[in-house]
Write a protein that binds this ligand. Structure first.
Ligand code: ADP
Ligand code: MG
Length: 273
């Protein structure tokens, strides 16, 4: 179980043996226009990012605010178009697929965001929000409802939660609902982008436990994004450190924390509260 007061010493975790679910190769994202009519500022938010995540494994992306972590997540989710590079889902490059071609992959990758107060539709019951995706992908409503009820148990909520509205839940409970909604799509890959950052430390530990539990239970490849090195220490098998769009270091969590190779990583670890 993850301690309520998180330590900077990563626990021992077994080496993930699963197949590679997600890979990026030289992924680049530049915001703003370059060239003849480009007038605004150009931001190189992700520069030649290479990452690999296996089934059953959690890869952490850490770095200060603005280092490009969410940009990588948004590219991988294809919420934005990458400037260049490859994004391999189960070996297929989705970096330049168009919306129609992307559709089957939209199930495979799900994301949980930071703000549980904005990521759920306040006018829909929890049940409606959870079944929407699976029904859109062709699951019959009764089956989708049965899956939602099953997932309430998995995330530690009672099944009558399905009839209620988001405002009736605490922040931690809403994150559980967002996790259930993601799992309802039966994804191979789960991205958590600062998913516990808005929560109190004790609630944080509970949601981290849940994420680690579902990673194992569903053999997920998890991309866990956080600016918080204590949180990352608790849940990540491997860590990728980003600074100003560049990957400065990648390695096993225990290794990186005990023996950081890059000056930026050393500074980040030294500055952690
Ligand atoms: P992080 O998630 O690590 O805080 P982001 O990926 O959100 O970092 O941002 C990386 C950089 O890209 C920052 O300099 C940010 O200001 C910039 N950025 C993010 N989104 C946009 C956008 N839509 N347009 C222009 N710049 C952006
Ligand atoms: Mg971010």
């Amino acid at each position: 179980l993850i301690a309520a007061v998180p330590s900077m010493t990563p626990p021992e975790r077994p080496e993930a043996q699963g197949s590679v679910a997600l890979q990026t190769q030289a992924l680049v994202k530049t915001y703003g226009q370059q060239g003849l009519f480009g007038s605004g500022r150009v931001v190189r938010a992700a520069q030649e990012v290479d990452l690999t995540v296996r089934r059953g494994e959690t890869l952490g992306i850490v770095g200060e605010s603005g280092s490009g972590k969410s940009t990588v997540a948004r590219c991988v989710m294809r919420l934005i178009d990458p400037t260049s590079g490859a994004i391999l889902i189960d070996g297929e490059n989705i970096a330049s697929l168009r919306e129609g071609q992307l559709r089957p992959h939209r199930r495979d990758i799900q994301i949980v965001f930071q703000d549980p107060y904005r990521s759920l539709n306040p006018r829909r019951t929890v049940g409606q929000s959870i079944i929407e995706g699976p029904v859109n992908f062709g699951l019959a409503v009764p089956e989708a409802k049965a899956r939602a009820a099953e997932l309430m148990k998995v995330v530690g909520l009672s099944s009558d939660a399905l009839e209620r509205f988001p405002h009736q839940f605490s922040g931690g409970q809403r994150q559980r609902i967002c996790i259930a909604r993601a799992l309802a799509m039966e994804p191979a890959i789960l991205i958590a982008d600062e998913a516990v950052s808005a929560l109190d430390v004790s609630v944080q530990a509970q949601v981290l436990d849940l994420l680690d539990d579902v990673r194992e239970r569903f053999d997920l490849a998890m991309l866990f994004i956080t600016h918080d090195l204590r949180v990352a220490a608790q849940i990540c098998d491997r860590i990728m450190v980003m600074n100003k769009g560049e990957v400065v270091e990648t390695g096993h969590t225990a290794q990186v924390y005990a023996d950081p190779q890059h000056a930026y990583t050393r500074a980040l670890l030294a500055a952690a509260p």
